[in-house]
Design a protein around this ligand. Structure first.
Ligand code: ATR
Length: 286
């Protein structure tokens, strides 16, 4: 029998991660829902590491009627495993940051890829990126590597503290793995360098990168957004290089999820950025 109250039910989505309390995604989606006058809730779920707990929570969310969830550390690979079908970018990245629940299937997607490319285009405009250096070899690095290819990079180097992980990504994507100790030298000739590690995050050590070899036109990007200007981005600004901050990527990666689950328009603009910056300041992390 058709449920007459169905149209009054709020749309439900959320983010699953561990930890997740610091996530700005609930604020982003709440602002967009408010703008679009959509009756919707976006809820953070702290799901302890491990596939079994993750799968149990996802099963429950499906039953409750969630439209989908974003997935963050440490569950991006679990998300791919849980899904019945995956997009090309999720498959290529080996990780998913979006799960969409349909009646009989779960779909995995990876909006980190388009999110990073959109952030670069937004903050530096049209640019030519042929050569790039990626620092880190976790789930985020995999998405960023695909985004760099989309932006036209043909010569990508990757350095990671644990070299073997960089070598795995390098072998799968035809990149060159560089030793972590050689990362500063590897900046020579790069059009873009991006930090995908947690170094520079509030409470973590800074990334120890000497920018002397970096060319004046090179772009410096960081996926860390708390603080908004990481020590790496500050060094780059002082040196006169263009920068792309982690908040920009965070906002852009959120767009596809909102459109899909809340079925409304999601626009990344200065008002949204200002609201997020103000929240970061309130938390003492900007
Ligand atoms: P994500 O999904 O966000 O990429 P992750 O898979 O946990 O998260 O990856 C974290 C990245 O930060 C890894 O590249 C990690 O390096 P290792 O592979 O050697 O662990 C990097 N990282 C974290 N702490 C670091 C530190 N103190 N020094 C250097 N790299 C660090």
């Amino acid at each position: 029998m058709a449920d007459a109250s169905a149209h009054k039910r709020p749309k439900l989505a959320g983010v699953a991660g561990f930890p997740v309390a610091h996530s700005l995604s609930p604020l982003i989606h709440t602002i967009w829902a408010h703008r679009a006058r959509i009756n919707g809730y976006y809820i953070p779920f702290a799901v302890p590491p491990g596939y079994d707990d993750f799968a149990r929570v996802m099963d429950s969310l499906r039953v409750i009627g969630f439209a989908g969830v974003n997935v963050t550390i440490p569950h991006k690979e679990n998300a791919l495993r849980y899904a019945d079908e995956e997009s090309g970018s999720a498959k290529a990245a080996g990780a998913a940051n979006m799960l969409t629940f349909a009646a009989d299937k779960t779909y995995a997607d990876n909006s980190d890829v388009t999110g990073f490319a959109a952030a670069v285009r937004e903050q530096v405009g049209e640019c030519t990126i042929k050569s790039a250096l990626v620092l880190g070899a976790g789930g985020a690095a995999r998405g960023v590597v695909l985004a760099l290819k989309e932006l036209g990079a043909t010569d990508i180097r990757i350095a990671n503290r644990t070299r073997e992980k960089a070598e795995v990504i390098a072998a799968a994507n035809n990149l060159q793995a560089v030793d972590w100790k050689e990362k500063s030298e590897a900046l020579g000739g790069a059009d873009l360098v991006v930090n995908t590690t947690s170094l520079g995050l509030n409470g973590e050590p800074s990334l120890d990168l000497d920018l002397r070899a970096l060319g004046p036109g090179a772009i410096v990007a960081d996926i860390v957004y708390a603080p908004l200007e990481t020590p790496l981005l500050k060094d780059a600004r002082v040196k006169g290089n263009k920068t792309v901050d982690g908040l920009s990527m965070l906002m852009h990666q959120a767009v596809p999820g909102f459109r899909q689950w809340f079925e409304g328009d999601a626009v990344v603009d200065e008002d949204l950025r200002a609201a997020l910056v103000s929240e970061l300041k309130r938390r003492g992390g900007a």
